[in-house]
Design a protein around this ligand. Structure first.
Ligand SMILES: Nc1ncnc2c1ncn2[C@@H]1O[C@H](COP(=O)(O)OP(=O)(O)OP(=O)(O)O)[C@@H](O)[C@H]1O
Length: 306
């Protein structure tokens, strides 16, 4: 039977001396998925990516890409990567770099397609050292996809980019993903995971602590937040209303986290406390903060396989 998974980690661990960077990681990514690896500093994202690319060997467990070893998958041209520390050569133009990289592959992407996908219109004659931060990231992206890899791996690709460059970069990434490729990217930015990934894997302290669609992860914390004007009667008792899990007072507003917004709003109305109501769903950021505030030992898992 054909193996259709792009990535498989089974019981993978890695240590730097005494530091346990990745602990007992199980992760399967089917072909075609775009997965965000989200986690705070030191969570183990770069170490996970280094093992995935065959740059580090796991101390325990097994990593497979397309049913083979990471090195075999890379040699077969199935993997493209954009890593954090890569520096572009000076005095070389964008066109020269891309011509060089394209020659490394038996079936490279046509140059005009590469320029379109990576948003490099008008930049081919530019020297690499004259590019802005966002432009050089898009050139690195173009170099990573030049061989049309089945799996594209991006380690914090938008670190140090301004907001506009970030949007441009993710547009380029989504165009590549829409062509049916598998993409794994790491990020600190929760909104990038929310907007650009089919699935979010949250890691902290080297452990996987949540895995699901952005919507499923949002649902794993209080589902709604109900805001009202602070009642003239005071705020006592708000935390005992049906389904309320927490109450926060900000200025003249009271915000109630609730598992059942309908029950909470009906109870507020029955008590005559319903003034200037606002109700919103939990944001992925709320879920992320709640998840990473713990010690990371209680995994929340929800299958997000397509
Ligand atoms: N070369 C190294 N030597 C020793 N410890 C390391 C080394 N590289 C990483 N670590 C430690 O391993 C843990 C995981 O680091 P890793 O870089 O994988 O995390 P990360 O999630 O990528 O962090 P960041 O978002 O800051 O890049 C951290 O505690 C880090 O300090």
């Amino acid at each position: 039977m054909q193996n259709t998974d792009a990535v498989r980690f089974r019981g993978v661990s890695f240590r730097y001396g005494q530091v346990r960077a990745v602990s007992d990681l199980d992760l399967t990514i089917p072909c075609g998925q775009t997965v965000a690896l989200l986690g705070p500093n030191g969570a183990g994202k770069s170490t996970t990516i280094a093992m995935l690319l065959g740059l580090l060997a796991p101390a325990a467990g097994r990593v497979e890409l397309f049913g083979t070893s990471p090195n075999a998958a890379s040699t077969a041209g199935k993997v493209g990567a954009m890593l954090q520390e890569t520096e572009l050569l000076p005095r070389v133009t964008v066109a020269e770099l891309l011509a060089f990289v394209r020659r490394l592959y038996p079936h490279p992407m046509p140059l005009d397609e590469l320029v379109r996908l990576a948003d490099l219109d008008g930049l081919l004659g530019r020297r690499l050292e004259k590019l802005s931060g966002g432009q050089s990231q898009r050139v690195k992206f173009a170099a990573a996809i030049a061989g049309r890899p089945d799996l594209l791996v991006l380690d914090e690709p938008t670190a140090a980019m301004d907001v506009e460059s970030r949007h441009g970069f993710w547009r380029a990434m989504r165009r590549y993903a829409r062509e049916g490729h598998t993409v794994l990217f790491s990020t600190h930015y929760v909104e990038e995971a929310d907007e650009s990934a089919d699935r979010v894997v949250v890691v902290a302290g080297g452990r996987l602590i949540a895995d699901g669609t952005p919507a499923a992860i949002r649902r794993s914390v209080a589902t709604h937040n109900v805001g009202i004007a602070v009642p003239v009667e005071g705020t006592a008792g708000l935390d005992r209303l049906p389904a309320v899990t927490a109450v926060e007072i900000r200025g003249d507003r009271a915000y109630l986290s609730t598992d059942d917004a309908d029950a909470t709003v009906l109870a507020l109305a029955a008590s005559g406390l319903l003034h200037e109501l606002e109700v919103r769903g939990a944001r992925l950021e709320d879920a992320y903060l709640a998840l990473t505030a713990g010690d990371g030992t209680e995994p929340i898992l929800e299958g997000a396989q397509r």
